[in-house]
Design a protein around this ligand. Structure first.
Ligand code: TEU
Ligand code: CA
Length: 576
């Protein structure tokens, strides 16, 4: 059976605003991306996932789209896009666009029309609700259709005077949710997907795609969320993920669009379970090739705390083992996993799971080994191949992200939280950690721009930049290049069965991959202390050889008593 190209591919995510600025306005752009394709080709990636570049007021940095068929002027033009795509394809690199169709921008022509009248043909492209109590003041708890809090704070309901009703926005008030119950809206989405596929694009990453089916009740209302904190507003996210018609809508999208093109699709699915992962990525009855699930992204937050990801908790490695093993084992042979530790919404992995100080390079290489040797399609987020870490800006004024700034305001002014504690949470989990401009060299502004960067650079740029990494044979970059090459050369990395070892060890993470008679052992030390790895007695290892390691292996080692140095990673071929 021939392996689909997206199973053997490594994907590189570009956040265009922060990748490379070609015209000195301090904002990354399409021509900047085209100028850096040598870097991607040297790394050996096969696909680029490009975060949104469509026309947008940039309220949520492009995840609020006002024209799905045009390029935002700050990123360039459709001609620049075509030139970039041709240059990628000429190098054998495919392009996957970011499809944001749970919501549009409020500046989209559809919404501008929809909000004028209940009879407007575009009115039902969006989600409207009457006040719960018509006599209550607009915006008051008695008036609001339910108690859901938006992801970026405040109610999910915004009043629209011309039609005398509220519209739903799970994110910012400038991101009205689209009404997928409306077949006409769904056909609009399929048409815009065809527009990009016919332009040569190779697939889509689908933004919060598991939120498109809302939990409507018979009476046409959306139920209140459970009360988990004082006050009226409660987190509503969980009620809108994995709704009743999700699979139906996705299968329709596959039938209408995806089956007619050779595409790769990955659906962003907060709160997805392995069952949903299996259902949606089932090659026969499913709809998408894989999901971005979030279980491993929630392990360092206090479970059930209404502050969500901002309620910090140290990671227990055994939790990571349990969740990763479940996703590996339950999708093996029937679905497909994405593999990621970072993206534009998540803090930098080396700061979150490794050591961004003394052992930055080694721990970044260990994390890359851990991720890339699992079964699935790995994603490298820009800067991860450099071992780029988090930033710790001094004040909230240095942060740009709407999610961070809104949370800071509400936490410190409405909830009376200590600003220093809130800044500590922002340093650990803020999305701007991943959005600092890509450092290319040790010249002015790290070669990102000749102007003033839209967001401050990570101050590590004189030491941590692409030119330095490419020149240093021991860098994260060259180690990632070798990891990516492994996937090309060895079918076991693509198709081998995963088996977790040492489930209860608090610092060593070990698993095997087995394909036919071949078996590989992956051992990673997720700690700053030396650990002793002891291969379980039932695994024969009379002969073995190291496939790749981030530290030169010590001679005469015995797998049944193998010292693992701080942040050491080793991939071993067991020869029986
Ligand atoms: O993110 C959806 C999502 O779940 C985020 O709210 C994420 O969980 C959170 O930011 C983690 O702190 C997608 C996009 O990736 C994100 O950039 C957008 O802001 C969001 O949807 C709305 O489009
Ligand atoms: Ca620019």
């Amino acid at each position: 059976m021939n392996t689909p190209w997206w199973k053997s591919s490594v994907v590189y995510q570009i956040y265009p605003r922060s990748f490379c600025d070609s015209n000195g306005d301090g904002i990354g752009d399409l021509r900047g991306i085209t100028s850096k394709l040598d870097h991607l080709q040297a790394l050996g990636v096969d696909v680029v996932w490009l975060s949104p570049v469509y026309r947008s007021p940039q309220d949520d940095n492009g995840y609020d789209i006002s024209d799905y068929r045009d390029i935002a002027p700050e990123f360039g033009t459709l001609a620049d896009f075509d030139e970039m795509l041709a240059a990628m394809h000429a190098r054998g690199i495919r392009l996957v666009m970011d499809l944001v169709v749970n919501h549009s921008s409020d500046e989209h022509a559809w919404f501008q029309q929809a909000r004028t009248s209940r009879d407007n043909p575009y009115h039902d492209h969006y989600i409207w609700c009457e006040p719960r109590d018509a006599a209550a003041p607009i915006g008051s708890p008695a008036s609001l259709p339910n108690n859901w809090e938006a992801a970026f704070n405040g109610s999910v309901w915004e009043w629209n005077e011309p039609t005398g009703e509220y519209y739903l926005h799970m994110f910012s008030r400038k991101q009205p949710d689209l009404n997928w119950e409306n077949p006409a809206l769904r056909q609009e989405v399929y048409a815009l997907m065809r527009f990009w596929l016919e332009r040569g694009v190779d697939g889509f990453r689908m933004d919060v795609i598991n939120m498109i089916s809302k939990p409507w009740r018979e009476d046409g209302s959306l139920p209140d969320a459970p009360v988990v904190r004082d006050g009226f507003l409660q987190p509503g996210f969980a009620l809108t993920c994995n709704g009743p018609r999700l699979l139906e809508f996705l299968r329709e999208m596959r039938h209408e669009v995806l089956d007619h093109h050779d595409t790769m699709t990955v659906g962003e699915a907060p709160m997805a379970t392995t069952r949903q992962g299996r259902e949606i990525s089932d090659p026969i009855d499913g709809a998408l090739n894989m999901l971005f699930q979030f279980e491993h992204m929630d392990l360092d937050s206090l479970p059930g705390d209404p502050r969500g990801k901002w309620a910090l908790k140290p990671l227990d490695l055994r939790d990571l083992k349990r969740t990763m093993a479940r996703w590996q084992d339950e999708l093996h042979g029937c679905g497909w996993n994405s593999l990621y530790l970072g993206n534009h919404d998540q803090p930098r992995p080396v700061s979150r799971f490794g050591d961004d100080g003394e052992h930055r390079v080694r721990s970044a290489q260990m994390l890359g080994t851990w991720l890339h040797l699992h079964q699935g399609t790995p994603y490298v987020y820009q800067g991860e191949e450099l071992g780029l870490g988090n930033v710790r800006f001094a004040t909230i004024d240095d942060y740009q992200d709407i999610e961070t700034r809104n949370m800071y305001r509400v936490a410190t002014t409405e909830r009376g939280e200590d600003p220093a504690e809130v800044m500590r949470a922002i340093h650990a989990k803020g999305r701007d950690n991943a959005r600092t401009p890509m450092p290319w060299n040790d010249g002015p502004n790290a070669g990102f721009t000749t102007g003033t960067p839209w967001l401050k650079l990570n101050p590590s740029w004189p030491q941590v930049n692409a030119a330095q990494a490419v020149a240093d044979a021991g860098s994260v970059f060259h180690y990632y290049r070798r990891l990516i090459a492994l996937r090309k050369a060895h079918p076991i990395v693509i198709d081998g069965r995963h088996d977790l070892l040492l489930a209860e060890h608090p610092a060593l993470y070990a698993y095997t991959r087995t394909l036919g008679a071949e078996r590989w052992l992956v051992v990673c030390n997720f700690s700053a202390d030396e650990q002793l790895f002891e291969l379980p007695a039932d695994i024969p290892a009379a002969r073995w050889e190291t496939v790749i390691a981030n530290i030169e292996p010590a001679g005469g080692a015995d797998l049944h008593a193998l010292p693992m140095r701080p942040w050491e990673a080793r991939v071993i071929r067991l020869l029986g």
